[in-house]
Design a protein around this ligand. Structure first.
Ligand code: FAD
Ligand code: DHB
Length: 390
């Protein structure tokens, strides 16, 4: 069996690329380790940049997002009992973000793949990449109990942080940069009205909190917790109580609470792997980089990789030009590092680090005071939050 581009991983990165390439007449096969239901059960990102929104539309899977997603013109930062607003549209030349969950994006992409007859294999095991620098790159794996081999001109590693693709690059070539943060985010999903019409990021002496949403009847909340905490040890009541303590009183008082329908802890990490290409292999999305979630950049950063990769493959297969693929790693990494910087900065601005000295706390406060006293600082935050240009 053979294809032009073998894609490892059926998360948003792999599906979006497969869908875009298929529309351009380029053949792909997607190999996913989990079942479709498992992939759709993971609750992750909720805020989409304009670049992502446009790419999803271009892939032909954007109709439901355009009907059901919510455009947000700004968000709030709660600090020192105040609730200050970042006006995205005003500071980022009219640009906005779309609130629409990663779960829904993934569902729409699966449906679009089905409708086009795209090949997506689920529950594949023991994926191994071969001959990445040689004449016949290929992938072997087990599917339905049988060993299979797919030859491909190129292989895309879109298999997330724990995938096999990045590990297939020799250690003397791969450089990995990592920063692990001394806390995690405990998140819940609940069928309640959002606390406010726009997101609220809260800095509090007890730790960070975030009020987000999926739609008018589905809320998503996060609180910073020690890495030693377990989600099972947090009752819903304990969660709501701690969340409210970290929010301005006016918000906490009128907030609707209810049972959680999902509860999990995510660790926070900054991670970049360089280069993002090795021979026939191209890394994309979480396979190559992780940001701490504070700036809502994880999924959006996957989208810019897919954009560059799609352009590179289109140049190669449709116009016979290899330049786009040759410059992929450098182009993608330039944007990746800027998103890493922004996510690190926003995390540092809003979290309570266990080892903060009184001086660190005053500097953090000054960072926030400066932000809301300076149009330039708000512009900088806004242009990063809506997404830097591709
Ligand atoms: P993934 O979504 O990880 O998809 C990779 C796919 O590859 C998976 O389906 C996996 O099953 C499959 N796979 C792995 N190994 C193999 C293998 N060996 N063979 C075949 N298939 C394989 N971002 C935000 O912006 N906001 C958030 O709130 C947020 N919360 C997050 C919470 C968690 C717990 C995690 C892990 C991430 C979160 N992110 C968040 C980041 C965002 O979800 C990711 O950036 C996004 O999912 C990246 O998409 P991806 O397709 O590159 O990787
Ligand atoms: C969500 C997650 C984020 O990390 C963020 O910055 C904003 C929203 C969310 O899951 O809704």
């Amino acid at each position: 069996e053979s294809t032009q581009v073998a894609i490892i991983g059926g998360g948003p990165s792999g599906l979006l690329l497969s869908q875009l390439l298929h529309k351009a007449g380029i053949d792909t096969i997607v190999l996913e380790r989990q079942t479709r239901d498992y992939v759709l059960g993971r609750i992750r990102a909720g805020v989409l940049e304009t670049g992502f929104v446009e790419l999803l539309r271009k892939s032909g899977a954007g109709a439901r997002m355009d009907r059901e997603g919510e455009i947000h013109h700004g968000f709030h930062i709660a600090h020192q009992g105040r609730l200050d607003r970042i006006d995205l549209a005003r500071h980022a030349q009219g640009q906005t973000v779309m609130v629409y969950g990663q779960t829904e994006v993934t569902r729409d992409l699966y449906e679009a793949r089905d409708a086009m007859g795209g090949r997506v294999l689920h529950e594949v095991q023991d994926v191994v990449l071969h001959d990445l620098k040689g004449a016949q790159p290929h992938v072997t794996f087990i599917h339905d109990g049988a060993e299979r081999r797919i030859n491909a001109s190129f292989i895309v590693g879109a298999d997330g942080f724990h995938g096999v693709s990045r590990k297939s690059i020799p250690a003397d070539i791969l450089r990995e940069y990592e920063k692990v943060y001394p806390f995690g985010w405990l998140g819940i999903l609940s069928e309640t009205a959002p606390a406010a019409p726009e997101l609220i990021y809260a800095r509090h002496d007890r730790g960070f909190a975030l009020c987000s949403m999926r739609n008018s009847r589905l809320s998503r909340y996060y609180i910073q917790v020690p890495l030693s905490d377990k989600a099972e040890d947090w009752s819903d009541d304990a969660f709501w109580q701690e969340l409210k303590r970290r929010l301005p009183e006016a918000v906490a008082e009128q907030m609707e609470t209810g049972p959680s329908i999902e509860k999990s802890i995510a660790p926070l990490r900054s991670f970049v792997a360089e280069p993002m290409r090795y021979g026939a292999l191209f890394l994309a999305g979480d396979a190559a980089h992780i940001v701490p979630p504070t700036g809502a950049k994880g999924l959006n950063l996957a989208a810019s990789d897919i954009h560059y990769l799609y352009e590179g493959f289109a140049d190669y297969f449709l116009r016979g030009e290899a330049g786009g693929l040759d410059s992929y790693s450098a182009k993608a990494l330039a944007r990746v590092w800027k998103a890493e910087r922004f996510s690190w900065w926003m995390t540092s601005l809003l979290h309570r680090f266990p080892d903060m000295s009184p001086a660190d706390l005053r500097l953090q406060q000054a960072d926030l005071d400066y932000l809301f006293s300076s149009e330039a600082a708000q512009t900088s935050l806004a242009e990063n939050y809506v997404g830097l240009p591709y």
